[in-house]
Design a protein around this ligand. Structure first.
Ligand code: ADP
Length: 409
């Protein structure tokens, strides 16, 4: 299992380490003063080095690691900020960039602002340096730097883990696709042979045998749909579900969607009432995918209804004539308020749906429907009253550019 280890040691107990300090100043007296102050501050240990030019400081930082730099602003050949820029230049990781306190003889708001803007971590006026100001500034700067380094370390770790998860996701996706192909091909043959036997091609079939063969065919179709859903889900996860947007007939979409559910509906003694309120006959969409969405909603309306499902399918135009609104209402078991918020989540199955309802699937249909509708620029939602029924509604913009598209294209 992948997990991020929080390295609290990196940020706590700053005082226990001997802090490696580099003083960069061309004023020997000032260096002595800082050394004396640091030695006086008894609650921590310091490993102090000092140099008098920016060039020496750059060399020191090339060869050694420091916890903090105390940089004079006016160095002989450069400013303290230029020196800091050279020391940090080209280093991309925070941990490689030592924090710095800029020290100046004169103090002004503008120098302080400039120092911080140009990358110094704090600013001290030499005239005001004392035990308190120096130890507080060093402690703050070092603690902040260590925290930043720890955040960066965790960020890089998460990035790496994310990359590994994405790779695993892709591998699972490819595995599902391969497995689906390997299963669906022999399944199609089995279905074909079963249907030949049921149709009496290999000899007379009595009523009971025919009924059993019908069940076998339904199971084949169900298995086929499960594999289609798995493959669609992985394509959506990989953002590789292409849409082929064309102008298509609303009538055809409704015909195909209802046709796929007619047998089930008849078996349950139910009815579909279709009402078309719009003057619109066509919509720009991926016809096969919208049929998939609508079939899923009608299929669910049948599946999650008691005897004699009464299904109301409505297609309307919204008030500004920019989109169509399709709704499927049933008189079924409904969805509880607790389940409503998760109903479009991948693999979610409300209450005891998976065990109570014959033919309940994998809990993927609605999440796929939502993704397909969203890819079209539409919205999908649900309203329900437990025990009385549910209404699933989705919208589709009327005008979408005709194209083949998927999010990664
Ligand atoms: P599946 O039907 O394969 O379980 P779906 O994603 O299509 O998966 O539906 C998710 C869940 O939402 C179902 O398991 C069921 O609990 C609930 N559900 C979907 N449609 C309806 C409906 N019309 N009435 C009541 N519950 C529904």
């Amino acid at each position: 299992m992948l997990s991020v280890q929080y390295n609290l040691k990196a940020t706590e107990n700053v005082l226990a380490d001997p802090l490696r300090i580099l003083i960069v100043d061309d004023d020997e007296l000032y260096i002595q003063l800082v050394r004396r102050i640091l030695q006086r501050i008894g609650n921590r240990k310091y490993d102090i080095r000092s140099v008098i030019t920016g060039e020496d400081a750059i060399m020191q930082c090339r060869d050694h690691t420091f916890d903090v730099l105390l940089l004079d602003y006016h160095l002989p050949n450069m400013t303290g900020l230029d020196c800091l820029g050279s020391i940090r230049g080209g280093r991309t990781r925070k941990v490689d960039k030592p924090p710095a306190i800029l020290c100046t003889a004169e103090g002004s708001e503008s120098t302080a602002g400039l120092a911080l803007r140009e990358g110094a971590d704090d600013y001290l006026q030499k005239a005001h340096i004392n035990d308190n100001s120096l130890s507080r500034s060093i402690s703050n700067v070092v603690t902040r730097h260590r925290l930043n380094c720890e955040i960066e370390r965790q960020f890089l770790e998460l990035k790496k883990m994310n990359g590994e998860l994405e790779k695993k996701n892709r591998e699972i996706g490819h595995f599902y696709q391969k497995m689906s192909h390997e299963v669906k091909t022999p399944l199609a043959s089995a279905r074909e042979f079963l249907s030949l036997v049921r149709d009496g091609v290999s000899g007379e079939v009595n009523g009971q045998q025919s009924e059993l063969l019908d069940y076998a065919l339904v199971s084949c179709d169900q298995l086929n749909r499960h594999f289609d859903d798995l493959v669609d889900m992985t394509k959506l996860d990989l953002q590789k579900l292409p849409l082929i947007i064309k102008e298509c007939s609303l009538h055809d979409i409704v015909q195909r969607s209802t046709a796929s559910c007619v047998a089930k509906l008849r078996e349950r003694g139910g009815k579909i009432h279709y009402k078309k309120n719009s003057a619109i006959d066509t919509v720009h969409a991926d016809q096969d995918r919208i049929v998939q969405v609508l079939s899923n909603l009608i299929g669910n309306a049948i599946k999650y209804s008691s005897e004699c499902p009464e299904i109301h399918l409505k297609v309307e135009l919204n008030s500004d004539a920019q989109k169509i609104i399709v709704s499927v209402a049933d008189n079924g078991i409904g969805v509880s308020a607790d389940d409503t918020q998760f109903i479009f989540d991948k693999l979610y199955q409300a209450g005891t749906a998976s065990t109570d309802c014959l033919g309940a699937g994998l809990g993927l249909g609605l999440s796929i429907a939502k993704e397909i509708v969203t890819l079209h620029g539409g919205k999908i939602w649900m309203e329900s009253e437990p025990g009385k029924g549910s209404t699933f509604t989705f919208t589709l913009p009327l005008k979408l550019l005709e194209k083949q598209c998927c999010p990664s294209c």
